[in-house]
Design a protein around this ligand. Structure first.
Ligand SMILES: NC(=O)c1ccc[n+]([C@@H]2O[C@H](COP(=O)([O-])OP(=O)(O)OC[C@H]3O[C@@H](n4cnc5c(N)ncnc54)[C@H](OP(=O)(O)O)[C@@H]3O)[C@@H](O)[C@H]2O)c1
Length: 336
């Protein structure tokens, strides 16, 4: 089999190598990989900015979908021929997070999916909605489930509520689609007017260019009575102050990303005086992934795939994600 391996930190440290096929344990399955999707986290991992103790070599990318081609003697959960996606934290099945469950994640420290084959425990995969093609299905494990956990599992979003979504990357566009699915109003920010126009076609009710309007949090709040009910916070230090200006008393800030830095300077009084709930999100358990897939299948929600690269073009795909030019998800097709 072939696998992309990170042999030293940096995109230039990726090498496409011929590696031995892994033997199959009794509870394991072998996948013929079909497609993988990129997340901003993969870039951080590859650059050595996510985990300073990352063990190399490592097969990168947390997200992928494959066809089951072999099952171990004790496997009953899936069968040969099933099309499944790997779970981001494959041992976190349901319930509250535990350190050992949420630290064991694909694409670092566990092996990722950017290979022609992947062997893993049968418990750590879910069947994907049949109507999605392989490139669309590959986008679900991290970005989609993170948005689902933020809006649905923790945010309990309801029709008529307003959510604020930052940027037009993978997590934020899934959050936009889930907001529309639940009858909520979405306020979307972006650095690009062209991307905002595309967000409106997906159902964004209000759009704000955050490079032109530095007070975008206040602007978002002005489109509501008391402020937005929930913020999908992907900017971190660069955006939290504006998010606190946008959110309503009693509202939720779903802390997801750190695109604009990790150490914010904010007045804590804004949190306590308004009873704001700051909810950390780490993707989600398998149970949430299965629930989300039911909703995606029922509502026939189609993930926004910006661009598909070939398996040999993995470094170019990562550089494209790094450029920030994308709208939604960047995908690598592994096999037809
Ligand atoms: N906690 C978790 O479970 C979890 C899960 C997934 C992702 N994340 C994190 O969430 C963040 C987003 O991930 P992603 O995979 O969706 O990234 P992505 O697809 O690469 O999206 C990045 C987009 O965010 C916007 N952006 C960049 N810097 C920004 C800033 N300072 N303020 C506002 N928007 C900004 C840009 O949108 P425009 O081009 O429209 O301006 C950019 O295209 C990352 O920090 C990632 O590590 C966390």
């Amino acid at each position: 089999m072939k696998a992309w391996q990170l042999t030293r930190l940096g995109i230039e440290g990726l090498e496409l190598l011929e590696v031995d096929r892994a033997p199959l344990g009794p509870r394991e399955i072998r996948l013929r990989m079909l497609a993988c999707a990129l997340n901003y986290r993969d870039l951080l991992m590859i650059r050595g900015e996510y985990d300073p103790r990352l063990q190399l070599p490592l097969i990168p990318l947390s997200d992928g979908v494959g066809e089951v081609v072999e099952v171990g003697a004790e496997v009953t959960r899936v069968a040969v021929g099933d099309r499944v996606a790997g779970c981001f934290a494959p041992r976190w099945i349901a319930g509250r997070p535990r350190r050992d469950l949420i630290r064991a994640t694909r694409g670092g420290p566990l092996p990722g999916m950017l290979a022609t084959e992947h062997v893993c425990d049968a418990e750590g995969v879910v069947r994907v909605p049949p109507f999605l093609d392989d490139t669309q299905a590959a986008t679900l494990p991290c970005a989609a489930l993170t948005a689902w956990s933020a809006l649905v599992t923790h945010g309990r979003i309801r029709a008529g509520q307003t959510v604020l979504l930052q940027g037009t990357g993978g997590v934020s566009l899934f959050a936009l689609q889930f907001a529309v699915m639940h009858g909520a109003r979405a306020v979307v920010t972006s650095s690009s007017d062209a991307k905002l126009a595309r967000a409106r076609t997906l159902g964004a009710a209000v759009t704000i260019n955050y490079t032109q309007d530095r007070h975008w949090g206040k602007t978002a709040a002005a489109h509501t009575e008391e402020g937005v009910d929930l913020v999908v916070e992907v900017g971190g230090a660069g955006t939290l102050d504006q998010s606190l200006r946008a959110v309503r008393p009693g509202g939720v800030i779903a802390m997801i990303g750190v695109l604009g830095g990790v150490a914010p300077t904010v007045a804590l009084t804004k949190i306590l005086m308004n009873e704001v709930r700051v909810q950390g999100i780490l993707v989600g358990p398998r149970e949430g992934f299965e629930e989300m897939n039911q909703a995606i299948a029922t509502r026939r929600l189609t993930p926004v795939v910006d661009r598909v690269f070939g398996f040999d073009e993995a470094p170019a795909a990562l550089r494209y994600l790094e450029s920030g030019a994308h709208f939604g998800k960047v995908v690598i097709r592994v096999a037809d």
